[in-house]
Design a protein around this ligand. Structure first.
Ligand code: SF4
Length: 445
């Protein structure tokens, strides 16, 4: 739990010497609580106070790094239960499972498919992060071989899942230097797996049946020299898993150190739709890693979209730069469409214009990242702002028709825009999905 400014102040020398660059110790304490200065800026903190402050200001959930280079994923370090209080910072890693019981060609094929699971949404690439190689066979050699193939063919970081520490050692050795997440499913093997994780410098996920058993296990893993731990409270199925994950999150935020680690959850339903539901729910509440068999594009896109939405800042609309955009080889007869600079609005319009194959200009009006109706209701998308954006874009010199297509939802603005800008206003479709048909069948320069 984060310390308050007053709690920090009690630990400071209270001399107001200004050596930290701030006028008083209280000002320094407030800045430290807001994470705007480092404790080191005060050279007079006693070792005892430093130890107390460092330990108390340690994030309630351990930061864990999986993978290396472009495949590096950091999970944990979250500080809130509810994202409206503060955004969730480190998106859950989505891991797609490959059992090592498949033959080598099938493992390679599945790994290659996972490596291609990347999509562009609202201007950002979203992708599955991990290949979870599962030692279903129980055979160490098969497991190691599968790990090597999965790493090579997917180009992604790995999670290695086994009930045996010795098998984890062999597979981790086969992909040494890639920092896979090791997952030991048998609690009796956890301490031996900790030795493997320490030797290979890998994070370790441990499973125990219930929170008490988990809280007893984690100090032993730390004692064995592994700090980066991921927890599996052992629950399976939607209801039990959400309950367990929520309980751990609550306890960790209350600074219950033994459970202060990111969580891993597994989808277990065989139904493809339920796999998506399970994975999406665990991302929302509160998994740091979700392991799933869902591999179809529609499934993974839905899961990754949920993740992207959960990890945006609800206090800050996702916006694109308000300016003139072009789609395709535009000319002086190309249509001009207007929308807001809310990312989802803009990219919906852009995507539909692209799919229409009619080159077009899109004017994105600065509405502080709000959508068409919200911006209209708050008077940010009105005749004046639209006309101003049109003029700023210099469209009068780029097209010869002076016709502007506005969203059908704000048809009421047409007269005002015509008066203000001198452009003829055409009422476009109410939904972006209607744009291709509109441009192909109704638009005329
Ligand atoms: Fe207080 Fe330390 Fe800053 Fe001096 S340097 S004012 S003791 S916080």
């Amino acid at each position: 739990m984060a310390l308050t400014g007053l709690a920090i102040y009690k630990q400071l020398p209270k001399t107001n010497c200004k050596d930290c660059g701030l006028p008083t110790c209280l000002a320094f304490a407030m800045k430290l609580a807001a994470k705007q200065v480092a404790l080191e800026k005060c050279p007079h903190v006693t070792p005892e106070a430093k130890a107390a402050l460092e330990s108390a200001s340690k994030p309630p959930i351990q930061l864990v790094t999986i993978g290396t280079g472009d495949n590096e994923i950091k999970i944990g370090n979250e500080t809130q239960l509810y994202r409206h209080e503060e955004k969730f910072h480190r998106p859950a890693a989505v891991a797609i499972r490959i059992p090592d019981t498949l033959d080598e060609a099938a493992i390679a094929e599945r790994a290659e498919a996972i490596g291609k699971l990347a999509f562009e949404r609202v201007g950002t690439e979203i992708r599955a992060n991990l290949v979870a190689v599962d030692n279903e066979s129980g055979d160490a050699a098969k497991f190691a071989k599968a790990a090597g193939i999965a790493a090579e063919k997917s180009g992604r970081a790995l999670a290695l899942i086994s009930a045996k520490a010795a098998n984890l050692a062999k597979a981790a050795g086969a992909v040494s230097g890639t920092r896979p997440l090791l997952y030991i499913s048998d609690p009796a093997e956890a301490e031996a797996a900790a030795k493997v994780a320490k030797d290979e410098s890998c994070p370790l996920a441990v499973r125990a049946e219930g929170l008490d058993a988990l809280a007893e296990l984690t100090p032993k893993i730390v004692e064995a020299g592994v700090e980066e731990i991921v927890l599996d409270p052992g629950a399976r199925g939607l209801k039990a898993t959400v309950e367990a994950l929520t309980q751990v999150r609550r306890l960790s935020l209350k600074a219950f150190r033994a459970l202060g680690y990111p969580l891993i959850a597994f989808t277990t339903d065989a139904d493809p739709m339920m796999q998506v539901t399970e994975a999406s729910t665990y991302i929302a509440k509160y998994a740091g890693v979700v392991v799933t068999d869902a591999i179809e594009k529609w499934q993974v896109l839905a899961i990754l979209t949920t993740r992207q939405d959960i990890y945006t800042d609800p206090q800050k609309p996702v916006a694109v730069e308000p300016k003139l955009y072009t789609v395709g080889e535009v000319g002086d007869g190309s249509p001009v469409l207007v929308t807001t600079n809310f990312s989802l609005s803009y990219y919906s319009v852009e995507g539909e214009v692209e799919s229409s194959r009619v080159p077009a200009y899109i004017v994105s009006v600065d509405t502080e990242g709000t959508s068409v109706l919200t911006a209209w209701a708050s008077d940010k998308f009105n005749a004046a702002t639209i006309s101003e954006a049109l003029a700023k874009a210099g469209l009068a010199e780029k097209v010869k028709h002076k016709k502007l297509v506005i969203p059908g939802l704000v048809a009421v603005l047409s007269g005002g825009i015509e008066d203000e800008s001198g452009w003829k206003v055409l009422i476009g479709p109410k939904e972006a999905s209607g744009i291709p048909s509109y441009l192909k069948n109704q638009w005329k320069p």
